[in-house]
Design a protein around this ligand. Sequence first.
Ligand code: HEC
Ligand code: HEC
Ligand code: HEC
Ligand code: HEC
Ligand code: HEC
Length: 194
Amino acid sequence: MKRTLLGFAIGFAFTLMLGWIAFPRALYTHKQQPFTFLHKAHAEKSGISDCGECHAFKDDGEFAGIPATEKCASCHSEQLGDTKAEAILVSNYVKPGHETHWLVYAQQPANVWFSHAIHLKRAGLSCQQCHGSYGETDQVKVYQLNRISGYSRDIWGHSMSRFRRAPGDGMKMSDCETCHSRRHVEVGCLGCHK
Ligand code: HEC
Ligand code: HEC
Ligand code: HEC
Ligand code: HEC
Ligand code: HEC
């Protein structure tokens, strides 16, 4: 009897662990960005130190998000270095005048309304508080698509349990609300949903 119980316990723990490791792998599929863009390399080599140079607000006050190819063309009309990524940028996007369709890690479902202007200009938050350190890194994050929800993994966050999360690791409804309640911001359902 004791041995059966022990056997069951070991088997149960093993299956649980296997699921814990295998489930995220099965749940997420990887997608490639059009080419490699390195934030840190730009901070060091291009002379642009301000995020707002590329991630600007438009004249009407709306956040422009990821910069258009036009912004890159001011420096990359011809190739500056000898990297493959830059060659793709110049020949496939800058010269023919095509936009780059970047996959947006933070992309919320279509029924969510989010304003950078409110959070940056009015609340004075930093990019890092929601996006972590991505804007200072020298790597391109792997875009992980949740096969069930169809959303980026950055919405749920990296940890399956949602424990021990760093800032920027996850932006579910409860993450928006945790910060709001800490700062005594009251937003109704229709403040965030459209
Ligand atoms: C102010 C000038 C400037 C602007 C604007 C600029 N870059 Fe660059 N970029 C550089 C410099 C300088 C390098 C380094 C070239 C080298 O030595 O390889 C570089 C390198 C690169 C590389 C190769 C780096 C690598 O190792 O992968 C890519 C790709 C790139 N830029 C993409 C872009 C994109 C996309 C934009 C627009 C969103 C952009 N750049 C805007 C100056 C600029
Ligand atoms: C030279 C232009 C340039 C500068 C300067 C720049 N970025 Fe970016 N940023 C980009 C481009 C191009 C992308 C799209 C490619 C990617 O996701 O890596 C991007 C993507 C991002 C993303 C990913 C958004 C998402 O969810 O997909 C974040 C976050 C970000 N930048 C933050 C920053 C921060 C913070 C700074 C300043 C410390 C900064 N960026 C400076 C060009 C720039
Ligand atoms: C309060 C949290 C918060 C802060 C602060 C914040 N962001 Fe975001 N960011 C988001 C969310 C949420 C999205 C997804 C928005 C959506 O899907 O409509 C996003 C999307 C983006 C995107 C992709 C937009 C696109 O679709 O092209 C970029 C680029 C970006 N943020 C850069 C920045 C930069 C740079 C800063 C600092 C200047 C910043 N963010 C500050 C939460 C934030
Ligand atoms: C502070 C902003 C905010 C408020 C307030 C808010 N939501 Fe959300 N809600 C979100 C975001 C962001 C998502 C998408 C991310 C996610 O699934 O958690 C979402 C997702 C949802 C979803 C879909 C769940 C899913 O996984 O697709 C439902 C349903 C929902 N909200 C209902 C509500 C209702 C009802 C209220 C009012 C009681 C409300 N929300 C208030 C931000 C908010
Ligand atoms: C790190 C903290 C933080 C996070 C995370 C955050 N917010 Fe906010 N949000 C604020 C603060 C602070 C304000 C109040 C801005 C003000 O009026 O000064 C605010 C205000 C708002 C408002 C405007 C309320 C009004 O006055 O009209 C909306 C809508 C909103 N947030 C949506 C969201 C959504 C959706 C998310 C998640 C995707 C989110 N916020 C995540 C801090 C945050």
